[in-house]
Write a protein that binds this ligand. Sequence first.
Ligand code: TRH
Length: 385
Amino acid sequence: MTTLALFCKVVDNFGDIGICYRLARQLVAEHQITVTLWVDDLASFKRLCPEIVVDCDWQQVDGIYVIHWRDQNEKYTPNDVADIVIEFFGCEIPPSYIEAMKTRKPVWINLEGLSAEDWVEGCHGLPSPQNGGLTKYFFYPGFTEKTGGLLMETGLLQQRDQFQHNPFSTTDFLEQLGVTSVEMSGIRVSLFCYYDAPVLELFHAWQVNGAVVTCLVPEGVAREQIEAFLERPAVAGTSMTRGKLTVRVIPFLPQADYDKLLWSCDFNFVRGEDSFVRAQWAGRPFVWHIYAQDKDLHLVKLKAFLERTSVRSQHLTDLTLAWNRANDKPVDWGTCWQRVERENSKIALMSPAWLESLVSHGDLATNLLKVALSITHQNRDTQPN
Ligand code: TRH
């Protein structure tokens, strides 16, 4: 039985643990790997996975061994080291664990963040020699065959199709979230963005322009702006209709249910990395709020994606750039939204070809294990007899 240790530091928000939890689950369920997930913030983890017990050093969830990673100074022996060691986003593995790795010589991989930029292909798989005869390899997720691909569970698109082709699945799911049948009959939009997105500007446009919109916002998202619209605390169950817009706060969902939300909506606003990928698998038009970086580096990343995707709509691009405040020009939100709204079904029709190309590069978990296996063989071949 192959063992794998996945080290996750929650820098902020939910993406770090969201990605690691998803990867760990797939490695256990589909590849029979024994996975230990080391994570420093169980409270964030619990938001995505309610079974997590926050005050617990060691627990098992979905077949994953979860260790509350509190201490960099703990002592480890070579027996503690897994066959494959993954550090997420260059987080620092405890020094004593690395010391033990020098004896055990596992496959060591740094799993990086997602980008559609060209340079990713050149860096994916690069080795980086370390002290003590260890080598760390860089693994980059991505959108092309020369990258590590994207996280996607086997059967995900079939599950999505089953859900989307059965109208009761959507109504049952939304009903459980407190959405009324009147609200369901409007254009359904899910909203997941950072606090500084131009939410109130778009809400104003939805109130007065175009078709009736129901905007579903998980609790905690863009809280200040949602409360300004609602004029009361944005707790799950609260809703407000103004003009053509209803805003409803729904509970922050367990990770598996978040997919169902994306599948249930006509249009999704997503952010960061994991929800951005899930919106693509959902096959519905979406706008991505990218995680801001110094010197506007994120805008380069954003434009690289907009150029890479084959779902091409100038109106959707305009809305995405406006949502990320990428241009200095004033935005006419009403016109911007209505143009996308009119094209929504045409945009959705472009997604199967894009998804097909993504699927053809293989899923990230499988690609990661292939890389690990080839490094193991390479190490075996180069070791003296
Ligand atoms: O939360 P994010 O902004 O996360 C990240 C981190 O900030 C990270 O440091 C940064 O590197 C990265 O963005 C770019 O967005 P993301 O990646 O979409 O992660 C959100 C996770 O939360 C994802 O797994 C989906 C999940 N989620 C739920 O499970 N339920 C919900 O109701 C919602 C709204 C999200």
